[in-house]
Design a protein around this ligand. Sequence first.
Ligand code: FES
Ligand SMILES: [Fe+2]
Length: 389
Amino acid sequence: MDRPDIGDVAEILLDYVENDRTFQSDRITTVPTAAYFDQDIWQKEIDTVFKAVPLMLALTCEMPNPGDYKAMDAIGLPILITRDKAGVVHAFLNVCSHRGAPVANEGHGNCARFTCKYHSWTFGLDGRLLAVSDRAKFGDLDKATRGLRALPCEERAGMIFVVLTPDAPIDLDDFFQGMLDDFEAVGLKDWAFLGQREIVGANWKIAFDGYLEGYHFASLHPQTIHPRTPSNVTHYESFGPHIRIGFPQVSIAKLRDVPREDWRSQENNGFDFVRILFPNISAFLAPEITQIAQLFPGPTPEENRTVLTYVRRDPPRDAEDQTQIEAMIEFLRDVTYTEDYLIGLELQKGLKAQAHESIVLGRNERGNQFFHETLQWYMNGKQGPAPKI
Ligand code: FES
Ligand SMILES: [Fe+2]
């Protein structure tokens, strides 16, 4: 196996800190400025990536029980995810086959069937059309041909993946290349859902770039992230198009007091990881609370919508714990928005001004380089070998 053990990554991070080094690629690269506002590029990203690859649209813990559902918007498409009586997940376009109304309002819920709010046609959790109201007057309709339009959907490692194109193939093993193993290992599927927040910002790649490096921690997060995590010390690994980013904590030297064979179990105790699922998920697994950011392009190239989902290994214990959780969620949402997303809006304005034809990514920003190379690889029809870190 060429998959480095987490303990090995910890050893690398300790070496980086003690010797003032970081992961470096072999060269500096550039990205054309237009990639952040051009309508055609944006549309190509939607078509070749967002409508082609499995997107993580929900966590298992958002809808763990039979009859649970989640209705949501994904790049302008109304989506309905359901869990049927046998516990199997399904995804559909949330569009009634009569005249096109949504069959469920956005949000989470639980039901035995969906009743369309326009003329009360009903649909099963498996998408089948169950009943046409006042059918004798409506006329004879073959119900079997008028179910909800299904989308490829599969649940794995505590996450629900959907391809936003009906009848498209879905192959999670091929796409994830082992990237989901860590989520399996921590048992994400049994974690508790704590809440969700939504923020909006600049072009989705401007926002996503911010999750891919730690070069900005001292400048942009002096009071919040930097006291825990040194700036510009990062380790990158790729699994297919996905990235595991290792960050040392300021206190990483305390690993010296732990037997080397136990370093693999010390995540969040001296070092942390941010796990990136291509193209749009950033997950920071932490014991206090975990924030999983889900970035969606649009409605225009200069805007993104980010859903922040908060989970924890254990459900809230009592009212006091619940209050602390709420405060933590507000804090993380505020840091993400006021420290990262607001500067993103300024970047958007600056890039649109076309002062420079390209932006430049340093040898230390390998995660960003790799993300843009991977995006290009998809947009070019996946020709040639896939990029690697
Ligand atoms: S649009 Fe749904 S029942 Fe008419
Ligand atoms: Fe940041």
